[in-house]
Design a protein around this ligand. Structure first.
Ligand code: PEP
Ligand code: MG
Length: 889
């Protein structure tokens, strides 16, 4: 029979799939001998069984009560014991952290009798009644389904009646009254009394926490974080300890290092005389850990010891939750801590220096996404003026947007394309949709470990929290800065998550220090710690990676930039980009030519311009391969817009009549739904076969540029790439043309010019017949943009804006296949192409030049598929280098 319950002494961190992150780590801490209140974990398997059948799994209740007996023995008290009750917390804990997204029920075991016992045993009546009303509130809403706002309303009413500002000012009599009110509320709302049986409370709380896996917030968070829906959550049942028993008690959150900067000192927030929930909710402002050192030096020293133990054991930044109950320190949770991108690099480098991890492990600890975040621009503080206020820099980055004061408004405005900053007094998990929609989050209360900060950091979203000087009036939809400036909803503000400053208006942006370093090799003259850490990670990645990285670039400037970013060549030079602007007229002439002579003239005019482009690019990339793709897009791309033309024609014909309103409506609908793509007509290699002289002109321009660069003493390495090939014969015909023209150029220039000729693999037929195509192709470059389009039948220019969000919501895929390679479908074609191509031609070079070449997840796939290089836009090169290194570990 399945086993559904593990005591904390029986688990361990290797059982995280089964026990969830929290349960596994509680067990690990217990085994390390740290002071963890005793308890046990119900497995994710039990949750899955419950969610599938809707029934409590057979045998689970028995196991729970066996384990409960052990906890009772250890505590020397029984659950709900009338004179001195053992009380329990029931908390969710999934495999992947989902902060605040599921339910928790505390103080299980209190009832009308044991509340009196708790009052006596704790020596505080007020505490006992406050705990009871918290249980009623949590159990009533989470387990019995009462609207939580009703409890809040009753509490507010009582505070108003008593004329007190917050709940700490309510006395024992008030809380006793509140308990009666809550009990009535539960009965009125559900037709059922609050269960007095502690065993029933426990059982129902466990099932409610299981059920919260499928709550709306939890589902939204999982979608956003790409956490699978079928994992289920574990549930941890643990003896309650209290941080709200007076000034010698308190709760806090700590990190073994600073999660914002990576500095190697413990960092944390502490709230005296409070429960852990109060710290995370950001309801009252916390004090720094240094204050705990003053208040309770013994607990502080113990805490530091435990932090050290944990960091050495986990060999990484850990975050923990702790409670001090009348001078006794308890550890309630630990996990590998979320950190900012900057801290990720700094911590990895530091831990390697300390010998705790190897250089390869340090590389594994950072990601391309984090590097990309460090490359984002920062505010130009010299142009910013005085900030409105400063809060805590909780999640770095620079973002501007209009201030909005609730989640729904943020979602509404963002959907209409507006950039917004979500301003709240404090956030709750219900604000998640607004946080996702916003560019930045600003809160008036709460520390760097508050919900807003933790969630924003996890999402890489800019966040400033605890801006205490602001008076946030959520109802009035405005906040007031200390200097009296009133910022109403809709006003633009700029939020600097790296410094905590909030500015009026939209502050201009400048390059980040990491970006400056990557572009110039210099980090502001002085390599700052994060810049140094990034440099080290990239050096390691370059040393271990097997994949080369090339750039998609079509100007000498882009080529030069790409080289500075570490490009080892150009993987895709799109020649159509050279036919824009002024030159459009020339190609237009070619298209409209009424005779061979006219066309030849147009092509002849283009030739020197193309040659000049190629020479510049070959010079910037001297010594490195430059893959030049022959013209690809359909020719209408070079002609005026169809609609503009239609309007011009219609206007010319117009006789001054009023258009039929139905026609106007229809035209609007046609324009809205008109799909240009997929362009699968006369384009790619097909142009080469049917437009006389086009290939010859481009190849001549390339050949002459190569000759020119060779004569100038350079080492040009041009490669000629034919797009959209579907059959080997297409490539054969074009290749013969290419060889002929190159021979002519060699003869006329007196310089031998040879260029490898290869093809793009961007049609399923090309992938499936790659073995044959490789007879003619000296290299392959996977055009995964078109390959994705043609494999899925998705028009690449139309689908993302039209229905992809519905597909993501419904879980058809967790990321757009145009961003991250679809391993099962497109990926399979890639593997076939590589394998069959190399069977024909064992030394065939295979790269990828679709957008996926710069996507972290896809880079790992291309490494595993045996590609030689990835090619991406110059700005993605550092990310590709880093991920190629990580893929090789
Ligand atoms: C591709 O299809 O992946 C590709 C790189 O070509 P383009 O994006 O220019 O169609
Ligand atoms: Mg393509």
């Amino acid at each position: 029979m399945a086993r559904y319950v593990y005591d904390f002494t029986q688990g361990g961190r290797d059982l995280a799939d089964l026990l969830g992150g929290k349960g596994a780590n509680l067990a690990e801490m217990t085994r390390l001998g740290l002071p963890v209140p005793p308890g046990f974990t119900l497995t994710t398997e039990a949750c899955r069984a419950f969610l599938t059948t809707g029934e409590e799994p057979a045998g689970m209740a028995r196991e729970v009560f066996d384990h409960l007996a052990a906890v009772e023995t250890a505590a020397g008290r029984r659950l709900g014991q009338p004179d001195d009750p053992l009380l329990l917390s029931v908390r969710s804990g999934a495999r992947f952290s989902m902060p605040g997204m599921m339910e928790t029920v505390l103080d299980i075991g209190l009832n009308d009798a044991s509340v009196l016992g708790l009052a006596k045993a704790s020596g505080s009546e007020r505490f006992a009644w406050d705990s009871y009303r918290r249980l009623l509130q949590m159990f009533g809403s989470t387990v019995m389904g009462v609207d939580p706002a009703l409890f809040e309303r009753a509490l507010t009413l009582l505070k108003d009646l008593r004329g007190v500002p917050d709940d700490v000012h309510l006395g024992t009599a008030d809380l006793t009254e509140l308990v009666a009110v809550y009990k009535n509320l539960i009965r009125d709302e559900t037709g059922e009394d609050f269960p007095q049986s502690p065993a029933e409370q426990l059982r129902r709380a466990i099932l409610a926490v299981f059920a919260s896996w499928n709550g709306e917030r939890a589902r939204l968070y999982r979608r956003r974080e790409h956490i699978p829906d079928d994992l289920g959550t574990a549930v941890n049942v643990q003896r309650m300890v209290y941080g709200n028993l007076g000034p010698d008690s308190g709760s806090g959150v700590a990190f073994t290092r600073d999660p914002a900067t990576g500095r190697p000192d413990p960092y944390g927030d502490y709230l005296p005389d409070a429960q852990g929930e109060d710290v995370v909710a950001g309801i009252r402002n916390t004090v720094p850990l240094s204050e705990l050192q003053r208040l309770d030096p013994v607990s502080y020293d113990r805490l530091r010891d435990h932090l050290r133990t944990l960091e050495r054991h986990y060999r990484d930044l850990c975050d923990i939750e702790f409670t001090i109950e009348r001078g006794t320190l308890w550890m309630l949770q630990t996990r590998i801590g979320k950190r900012t991108a900057e801290a990720a690099f700094v911590i990895a480098a530091k831990l390697a220096d300390e010998g705790l991890i190897t250089p390869d492990e340090a590389l594994a600890r950072v990601s391309g996404d984090e590097l990309a975040r460090l490359m984002f621009p920062r505010f130009d503080t010299s142009a910013a003026g005085e900030p409105l206020t400063r809060g805590l820099p909780a999640s770095p980055g620079a973002a501007a947007g209009t201030a909005v004061f609730d989640s729904a408004e943020a979602v509404r405005r963002a959907a209409a394309g507006e950039k917004v900053v979500l301003v709240r007094q404090e956030t709750t998990p219900d604000d998640l949709p607004g946080m996702i929609a916003a560019q930045a989050v600003l809160t008036g209360r709460g520390g760097k470990t508050s919900h807003a900060a933790v969630v924003a950091r996890g999402m890489g979203k800019v966040c400033v929290c605890g801006a205490e000087e602001l008076s946030v009036d959520t109802r009035g939809r405005r906040f007031t800065a200390p200097d009296g400036t009133v910022v109403d909803e809709g006003t633009v503000i700029s939020v600097d998550g790296s410094t905590g400053a909030v500015y009026p208006g939209s502050v201009p942006l400048v390059d980040s220090a990491v970006m400056r370093f990557l572009q110039t090799g210099d980090g502001d003259g002085t390599a700052s710690e994060p810049v140094g850490a990034v440099a080290r990670a990239l050096t390691r990645a370059d040393a271990v990676r097997r994949l080369d990285v090339r750039a998609n670039a079509d100007t000498p400037e882009d080529a030069a930039r790409a080289r500075r970013f570490g490009a080892q060549g150009i993987g895709l030079c799109r020649t159509e980009h050279m036919f824009l602007g002024e030159r459009r007229k020339l190609i237009e002439k070619m298209i409209l030519a009424r005779s061979d002579t006219e066309r030849d003239q147009a092509l002849a005019a283009l030739l020197p311009l193309q040659r000049q482009d190629f020479a510049g690019i070959l010079e910037a990339m001297d010594g490195l391969p430059v893959t030049i793709r022959l013209l690809d897009p359909p020719l209408h791309e070079f002609l005026p817009d169809r609609t503009d033309l239609a309007v011009r024609v219609a206007a010319a014909e117009a006789r001054g009549g009023v258009p039929d309103p139905h026609d106007v409506e229809l035209l609007a609908a046609v324009n809205r739904t008109h799909e240009e793509n997929p362009m699968l007509g006369l384009r790619g290699v097909r142009l080469g076969l049917v437009v006389p002289g086009l290939v010859a002109m481009q190849v001549r321009a390339i050949g002459e540029a190569v000759a020119e660069r060779t004569r100038a003493g350079g080492t040009p390495r041009a490669e000629i790439m034919v797009p959209l090939v579907g059959d080997v014969s297409e490539l054969r015909i074009v290749r013969e043309d290419v060889k002929r023209v190159l021979a002519e150029v060699s003869a006329s220039c007196g310089v031998p010019v040879t260029c490898p000729v290869g093809t793009m693999i961007e049609l399923p037929r090309a992938a499936l017949t790659a073995g044959r195509i490789a007879q003619e192709a000296e290299f392959f470059s996977l055009g995964t943009n078109d390959l994705t389009q043609t494999t899925w039948g998705f028009s690449r220019d139309d689908v993302e804006a039209s229905f992809f969000s519905a597909y993501l919501d419904q879980g058809v895929f967790t990321a757009s296949p145009f961003e991250t390679i679809d391993r099962d479908g497109v990926g399979r074609l890639v593997r076939i192409a590589v394998e069959e191509g190399r069977t024909t031609r064992p030394d065939l070079t295979v790269g990828v030049c679709g957008e996926h070449g710069g996507d972290p997840g896809s880079v790992h796939f291309f490494h595993a598929a045996g590609l030689d290089y990835v090619s991406c836009s110059p700005y993605r090169l550092p990310v590709a280098r880093l991920e190629a290194g990580r893929a090789a570990l």
